[in-house]
Design a protein around this ligand. Structure first.
Ligand code: CTP
Ligand code: CA
Length: 226
């Protein structure tokens, strides 16, 4: 089947996509964030709506144009992400967690700017909720797709995340390889399926990778509907 003529195989499927970084405030002028560009998540949202899905995109701050024909919810912190996702989860068929949420946040947000004359601040961090693992615990019939940007390609770690978060599929990439992850327009990923299959995909544009991920999503969703 030609890539550019996939039919509306996701008609009626309610897909919630998370994308981009999160931002955790230290004080009114300083934040903790990461270099996620949102490109993979936005490519997924765009491809899903083209294939007939009802798409909600929960996005951290990114500099990408909004996707037409979808609901866009903007968030900043990992707690905001959890709130937005939990609110819609019961009306979702597929959650695709492409966001890069911060695992930690400063224990307190200073209400005034930290001044140099106070010396170097000692920032205490506390854990953020794991949005995807929380949804994994709460899922009824939802399909869950996770992402893992790693600095090594460790299959055991991929399997651990797949099981711990109760995912149907984990999209794994090694961001230290050239043309992979974060700001890049291309990606090179390995798909780990819950039932044990592993698919290594050739390096391709994020748009093409999005289509392949949605092929797998469509197959899972159609199987579940029967
Ligand atoms: N994720 C999430 N909430 C978090 C952290 C991660 O929902 N607080 C999701 C990501 O969107 C991604 C998946 O979990 O789909 C895996 O993220 P990753 O950072 O690779 O895994 P962690 O469990 O956070 O483990 P670590 O960062 O220690 O590798
Ligand atoms: Ca993490």
């Amino acid at each position: 089947r030609a890539v550019l003529s996939r039919e509306k195989d996701l008609q009626g499927c309610r897909i919630l996509v998370t994308a981009g970084p999160t931002v955790e405030a230290i004080d009114p002028v300083r934040v903790i964030t990461n270099p996620s560009s949102g490109k993979m998540g936005y490519a997924l949202a765009r491809a899903a709506v083209e294939r007939g899905a009802e798409v909600t995109l929960v996005s951290g701050p990114v500099s990408l144009p909004p996707v037409e024909g979808i609901e866009l919810i903007r968030i900043e912190s990992t707690n905001d992400l959890l709130e937005a996702v939990s609110h819609r989860f019961s009306d979702t068929d597929v959650l695709i967690a492409a966001a890069a949420p911060s695992d930690f946040r400063p224990a307190e947000r200073l209400s005034n700017k930290w001044k140099k004359q106070n010396g170097i601040p000692e920032i205490k961090f506390i854990p953020n909720p794991d949005v995807l693992a929380t949804m994994g615990q709460q899922k009824t019939n939802q399909i869950l797709i996770g992402f893992a940007a790693e600095t090594e390609g460790n299959p055991e770690e991929a399997r651990r995340k797949l099981e711990q978060k109760r995912l149907d599929m984990l999209v794994h990439n090694n961001i230290l390889l050239p043309g992979v992850g974060f700001q890049s327009d291309t990606n090179e990923v390995t798909l780990y399926h819950a039932h044990g299959q592993v698919e290594t995909l050739p390096k391709a544009s994020k748009n093409e990778i999005a289509q392949i991920i949605l092929d797998r999503v469509a197959a899972l969703w159609h199987a579940r509907k029967e």
